[in-house]
Design a binder for this molecule. Sequence first.
Ligand code: SF4
Ligand code: SF4
Length: 140
Amino acid sequence: MHAEMLVLQFSREVVDQPIIYRLVKDFSLEFNLLKAAINPRQEGLIVMELRGHPKDFRRGLKYLRESGVKVKKVAGEVRRNEDLCYQCGTCTAVCPSGALHIERPDMAVVFDAARCSACELCCPVCPARAMEVKLNRSAL
Ligand code: SF4
Ligand code: SF4
């Protein structure tokens, strides 16, 4: 069994096609969905763990690419630079795993590295550029 965490970006041309359904049906792959933001006739984004037999996994990724889905493997590590973070909370709105969250009652923005899937969604939205990627990522 092979498993990887992936970020899938769907263009508006393919966003309404049953691509994930075919991944399961035609390639015998299983997935664990962490985040899905799909709107008809707009771009979509899915963060998920995909797993299956290595041969099926490779065939499934080939199918995704040929279908026009942009696939990014998230094998890196994301950290927060505590010196840069000023606790604005913007990142908590995009974090699919809850690794970045607000703790009550003091409303502190907490980063729990153990829950981070390294999807990198928090990196571009952070105005302070406090979320940093350790460079061992490879695009598929
Ligand atoms: S968006 Fe950046 S600065 Fe704001 S709380 Fe998150 S990590 Fe800190
Ligand atoms: S990379 Fe950022 S958005 Fe993704 S799970 Fe980790 S903390 Fe959350």
